[in-house]
Design a protein around this ligand. Structure first.
Ligand SMILES: O=C([O-])C(=O)C[C@H](O)[C@@H](O)C(=O)[O-]
Ligand SMILES: [Mg+2]
Length: 448
């Protein structure tokens, strides 16, 4: 008899974050996620983690009747039936009647929910079959060691706010201190990189840009390259530079920047994919994105235009299977796969490591925000980076997470007690610039 899923639970949780600056403003003191826990008829537990927010919690809960009672061997069909149910639900709600644009929007809203159904089932299946999740994806496990990059942020000064940012919580090393203190200059960014490298062993770095003027951020990139000459370095201003500005900033950066993530986006009559294609052609720099190549229709256009050389196929937005399917496509079409990230716990980290272990060919070091959350794991054992890498043992089973229910309950309490809801990066920014509001075409600290 094949085991069936007896129980699926969705638990909204929160964790602490630093005042990380990005083009959309300043991260709040808490980030949120949805954790999905399933138990099967043989008592085996499976877990998954997806982005936070009540909308996703509710959508996941609406999948429960399709999951409970299903055979674990039917995981693909369960995901398929959840997809159909959610798509119908959303088409009905928007009254859009299946237009193409509406279809793309629905794809994005549905996939993060599907990942929440797919992952715990894969975890349980892997435990029964005594193989890691990577062995169940794509062509199977192709690597044991997954390289991550050091994701650097400018950090705002929590003292300027009345918000309950964590501080003085970790004095174990320089990283523990540095990650809570303001970092607003090239020197501070280099120091941050040094501290992260010391704790985690990273070889590669990404700077979250879109905070200060592009020329200032390039100073930080140059300083990083001078300090870490062998590192692969990238910057991501979330598409807030114009094409002209991007060319001025990046033309001389070949050899300093290994690739550039979303330097520019749509301009006038030209789509983000057309503009990025021009940028790629005129600079020769490889381009990464999590903004303009986020579903299969966009992927088709991006490939035809040669806009993107590094699609960042985050499993949370493509599903685990979908992310590996992108990796297979990249391998066959001479692109290189990478992963986008948001703040997350160790379950998501394991999900990314498993997907990357099944991604064929040459891949880029994976993004992760986990270093900002290090110490807040929900599993019994903390993830361990060695030389910037996580190991995915071939004799492992499932995701490799042994959920600590006390920690999960505490993270849920943090969510409830602080009334956590939708991410709002504007709030913290208003302590720096009163009346600040989001503008997709400007770095966060630049206002006329
Ligand atoms: O590439 C990325 O990491 C992103 O664009 C998404 C994140 O939301 C990042 O901007 C952040 O965490 O502020
Ligand atoms: Mg990005």
């Amino acid at each position: 008899m094949v085991a069936t899923i007896e129980k699926m639970a969705v638990i909204p949780v929160a964790g602490y974050d630093s005042m990380l600056l990005n083009q959309a403003g300043a991260h709040e003191p808490f980030f949120t996620r949805n954790i999905v826990v399933m138990h099967d008829s043989e008592g085996v537990e499976g877990v998954g983690e997806v982005p936070g927010g009540e909308v996703i919690t509710k959508r996941l809960e609406s999948c429960i009747p399709l999951v409970e009672g299903a055979s674990i061997a039917q995981w693909k069909n369960v995901v398929l039936s959840c997809r159909k149910m959610l798509e119908n639900q959303m088409r009905g709600a928007s009254g859009s009647g299946g237009q193409e644009t509406a279809h793309a929007q629905i794809f994005k809203k549905v996939t993060n929910v599907l990942t929440g159904v797919e992952t715990p089932m894969l975890d349980i299946l892997g435990k029964h079959l005594e193989v890691p999740v990577a062995a169940l994806l794509g062509e199977g496990q192709v690597r044991d060691s997954v390289r991550f990059l050091g994701y650097l942020f400018y950090i705002g000064d929590y003292r300027k706010t009345d918000m309950p940012y964590l501080h003085d919580d970790d004095t174990s090393d320089e990283w523990g201190r540095v990650r809570r203190e303001p970092a607003l200059t090239p020197d501070a960014i280099v120091h941050e990189a040094e501290a992260a490298q010391k704790r985690f062993g990273f070889h590669d770095f990404k700077l979250k840009g879109g905070v200060f003027a592009g020329s200032e951020e390039m100073e930080a990139v140059r300083a990083l390259k001078a300090r870490f000459p062998d590192a692969r370095i990238t910057i991501d201003p979330n598409g807030c530079w114009t094409l002209r500005e991007s060319l001025e900033l990046c033309r001389d950066m070949v050899g300093t920047l290994t690739y550039v993530e979303d330097p520019c986006g749509a301009e006038g009559r030209f789509s983000g994919r057309e503009v990025m294609a021009e940028f790629h052609r005129l600079t020769g720099l490889p381009t990464a994105t999590n903004m303009i190549d986020t579903d299969w229709r966009e992927m088709k256009a991006a490939i035809r235009l040669d806009s993107v050389t590094i699609p960042l196929a985050d499993p949370h937005f493509w599903t685990m299977e979908g992310s590996v399917r992108v990796a297979q496509l990249c391998h066959d079409l001479d692109l290189t796969w990478g992963v986008h990230s948001n703040n997350h716990f160790d379950i998501s980290l394991a999900m990314v490591a498993q997907a990357a272990a099944a991604a064929p060919g040459v891949i880029n070091a994976c993004d992760t925000h986990y270093i900002w959350q290090d110490g807040q794991h929900l599993g019994r054992v903390a993830p361990h980076f060695e030389d910037g890498c996580l190991q995915v043992p071939r004799d492992g089973a499932g995701l490799g997470i042994d959920l600590d229910h006390d920690k999960l309950a505490a993270a849920h309490r943090l969510y409830v007690d602080n009334g956590c809801g939708t991410r709002d990066d504007a709030r913290g920014m208003r302590f720096y610039i009163p009346g600040w509001s989001y503008d997709a075409s400007l770095p966060a600290m630049v206002r006329p």
